[in-house]
Design a protein around this ligand. Structure first.
Ligand SMILES: Nc1ncnc2c1ncn2[C@@H]1O[C@H](COP(=O)(O)OP(=O)(O)OP(=O)(O)O)[C@@H](O)[C@H]1O
Length: 324
């Protein structure tokens, strides 16, 4: 469903590749976590799948398409098969919950009747029944992320990509979002999620792909977060003796403990975030939604595959292939 063949991505002007010779296959229906320290290449991997970035070398297949042979003109159509969720929600602030979700369907030409059925259905599925007429600033962070997820899945894409979707949320709210993503995955959608949240990864026990400096250093069928903070250069050589090894073990263990303590999920059942019960309070204490100007607005549409980028040209007629 998603296949990387010896993929390297080196951004212009950088010393080392962001993604370095990756081979990877994600099967239909999988739930995959991408983990790794900041800068290890997680977001770049997702952007390559979306064809927002192009590999410097190597080949990427997504849903039966060789991305290298999809013309710029066809990219928006290709992207419609991929739902995308971001850390910062990226909702349109001057549209209601209903309008935010409906907008996706309007732009791709769905009929009014389809929209009138699909939007309430998906809002119910994500737990936002009764909130259709709210504006984003009247919602808690968790609710805003639910709107973003509703928008991402309303067109039933076979793949959902999530880049730090719980990064702005407290642990209890994050657990609710993860339950929702699990439910979407159980419905057959392949989910690939980049995250720093050890507690979530440890709790879910799904496939974990760990990146380090653009390379895959671990690919575990059913794994935990692991120690993504290890800096290899700090590893003492055997010749340095037992005391150095003991010192290293102590440092690594302290780092692991600190990371787990700051990121661990409570094992209590999910409760709605307190702020969710008072949208006016929530608007004050939750992460702010930036008000995009017209250019941002169009940028969002492009990244969601709703509109052709101004820079996109090309006119070949090959089809965007069938879903595999
Ligand atoms: N547009 C860009 N131009 C130049 N370098 C980039 C660009 N985007 C990412 N990089 C570099 O590529 C490397 C990988 O970045 P990437 O954002 O993929 O990592 P990440 O694992 O997602 O990090 P984080 O967890 O902080 O989001 C980093 O060294 C980063 O500085």
């Amino acid at each position: 469903m998603i296949r990387y063949e010896n993929v390297t991505k080196k951004y212009p002007g950088t010393k080392r590749p962001a993604v370095d010779g990756i081979d990877l296959e994600v099967e239909r229906g999988e739930f995959v976590f991408l983990v790794g320290a900041s800068g290890s290449g997680k977001s770049t991997c997702l952007q390559l799948i979306l064809k927002e970035e192009r590999p410097t070398t190597g080949t990427i297949h997504v849903l039966g398409n060789d991305l290298g042979s999809i013309s710029n003109r066809k990219v928006p159509y290709f992207r419609r098969q991929l739902g995308v969720v971001f850390q910062d929600f990226r909702l349109l602030p001057n549209k209601t919950v209903y309008q935010n979700v409906a907008f996706t369907l309007q732009v791709i030409g769905k009929s009014r009747g389809f929209i009138q059925e699909a939007v309430p259905d998906v809002l119910k599925m994500v737990g936002l029944d009764g909130k259709a007429e709210r504006y984003p600033h009247e919602l808690s962070g968790g609710e805003q992320q639910r709107v973003a997820i509703a928008r991402a899945v309303v067109n039933k894409p076979p793949v959902l990509l999530a880049d730090e979707p719980t990064g702005n949320l407290d642990p209890a709210t994050s657990a609710g979002i993860m339950q929702l993503l699990e439910r979407i995955n159980a419905g057959g959608t392949t989910v690939v999620m980049a995250t720093h949240e050890a507690g979530i990864v440890d709790k879910m026990q799904r496939r974990v792909i760990q990146l380090h400096e653009g390379r895959i250093v671990r690919d575990e069928r059913s794994g935990g977060y692991g120690n993504t903070g290890i800096v290899p250069e700090l590893r003492p050589q055997e010749v340095k003796g037992e005391s150095a090894l003991a010192a290293q073990a102590a440092v690594v263990s302290a780092a692991e403990t600190a990371e787990r303590e700051t990121q661990a999920l409570p094992v209590v059942p999910v409760a709605p975030a307190p702020a969710a019960q008072n949208p006016h309070t929530a608007a004050i204490i939750l992460p702010q939604v930036e008000t995009p100007d017209a250019a941002d607005h169009l940028g969002i549409a492009e990244s969601l595959g709703l509109r052709r980028a101004e820079t996109e040209r090309g006119d070949d007629e090959q089809n965007v292939g069938p879903v595999k």
